[in-house]
Design a protein around this ligand. Structure first.
Ligand code: V47
Ligand code: SF4
Length: 400
């Protein structure tokens, strides 16, 4: 495997590099922050090997070969939603509540999902879904408390500013009061969803009626001020331009300078099946990798960059580990439908711990199980699974 030091030497030895490319590379390697215009330049003029070498240098400086994963399951309370985001393949408007693929779980249905994992070594439940009036603040507070009563050590990562903005407004409580109640009910972190593209030129076209960028950022800020951690996402590869992606990263980097509360950034590739933006072609794998790399370079104050393998597919997820990514999310049972309904490669997204560990080892990295807050739970580098096949090197030969 080529280490980042070797690929950087090769990069800098390339006499065809322009002076701007060389200066930017030196800036990144000297840990100097790059500007908005330089970020746009990287997107417009950065080749895949150039961006990959720089992003990998940042990744290896921060984490070496460590590649994190966790063991989690998802609960999606409903796919009925009062909003109508144009990219969403998963939500069914309330008027379609009779449709065969609509669901709205009761509290008991959801507690049954929680109980299904009793005795299994999962550390996190990830809860996010559509927005519906009956899933209001009292309902969610009771649900979170019930989970913690049932299994106190299970980390509850729940809801995004999209839901919080809606349920706080309905309950007539301020963001500050609401987030305090959410914390007291047992929620320990917030997932990164609902960010989409912050810039109003794009947000108004694809997600007009839900919380805007300032509201999304403000709810995270308040959560961080309460001493809590959260994630951030971007939904890229549709009608946005590079300047909108950099604007998105810039707003996140600014808030992170202020609070330090974000843990990881998760680029989400737009998938075009069965939604109102199906006419828009999906981004290529090359563009996906370039996007990971620029994100890694730009977000110098984020510790982690995560690929969400159920959305991007296992092969690209493995490749992404050489383009700045250090986290593969979780084992995830087949409880998440957000991407399978949008046309991702992964129709029943579920990986065993052994499969995840194997994916990481095969690209020469170290598999590390973490909890939601990135405390190391177990280093799997040398763990031998009982049913391990003999390691045949990095080449994946077909099993006969
Ligand atoms: O906010 C919806 C996205 C998000 C599509 O924090 C789509 O650990 C692509 O935020 N194509 C929800 N994306 C998922 C999410 C998430 C996932 C994994 C981990 C974490 C975390 C957060 O899914 C939504 C939206 O941006 N989404 N439809 C689509 N057609
Ligand atoms: Fe509703 Fe979320 Fe889908 Fe938008 S992305 S329609 S808020 S479920």
């Amino acid at each position: 495997m080529i280490r980042s030091t070797e690929s950087i030497e090769m990069l800098l030895a390339d006499t065809s590099l322009t002076s701007t490319h060389r200066e930017l590379a030196e800036k990144v390697l000297n840990q100097q922050r790059i500007s908005f215009d330089e970020g746009v330049f990287l997107f417009e003029q950065g080749s895949l090997p150039y961006l990959g070498a720089l992003a990998n240098a940042v990744r290896e400086r921060k984490h070496g070969d460590n590649t994190y994963f966790n063991r989690n399951f998802h609960i999606e309370p409903t796919n009925l939603c009062v909003y109508d985001c144009k990219f969403c393949s998963y939500s069914r408007l309330i008027k379609q509540r009779e449709s065969a693929d609509a669901w709205a779980y009761s509290m008991e249905d959801m507690m049954q999902i929680v109980r299904k994992y009793d005795g299994q070594p999962v550390t996190e439940v990830h809860i996010v879904g559509g927005v519906l009036p009956q899933y209001d603040l009292p309902f969610y507070l009771e649900f979170f408390k019930k989970i913690k009563e049932h299994r106190p050590e299970l980390h509850v990562k729940a809801l995004t500013p999209v839901e919080y903005h809606y349920i706080f407004k309905k309950a007539k409580v301020s963001y500050e009061e609401g987030m305090k109640l959410v914390k007291e009910s047992g929620v320990e972190s917030m997932p990164g969803g609902g960010a989409e593209i912050f810039h109003p030129e794009i947000r108004e076209k694809i997600a007009a009626d839900k919380c805007d960028a300032d509201q999304w950022l403000r709810i995270h800020e308040i959560w961080h001020e309460l001493g809590m951690r959260s994630n951030a996402t971007i939904l890229y590869g549709h009608i946005e331009q590079f300047k909108h992606r950099i604007d998105h990263l810039e707003r996140l980097r600014n808030l992170q300078d202020k609070t330090g509360g974000f843990q990881t950034f998760i680029p989400l590739k737009f998938r075009n099946q069965d939604n109102q933006m199906s006419n828009i072609p999906e981004s290529t794998t090359i563009e996906d990798l370039r996007n990971y790399a620029v994100s890694r370079i730009y977000l110098d104050n984020f510790d982690h960059l995560k690929t969400y393998w159920p959305m991007i597919g296992r092969n690209t997820a493995q490749l992404a580990l050489s383009f700045g990514v250090d986290d593969l999310d979780g084992t995830i049972d087949d409880t998440t439908k957000i991407y399978s309904m949008a046309g991702s490669e992964e129709q029943n997204p579920s990986l065993t711990t052994q499969q995840l560990v194997d994916m990481i080892r095969r690209v020469g990295r170290k598999p590390i199980e973490r909890d939601t807050l990135y405390n190391v739970l177990q280093d799997f580098t040398d763990v031998v699974f009982e049913e391990d096949k003999e390691f045949r090197g990095y080449y994946e030969l077909p099993v006969v």
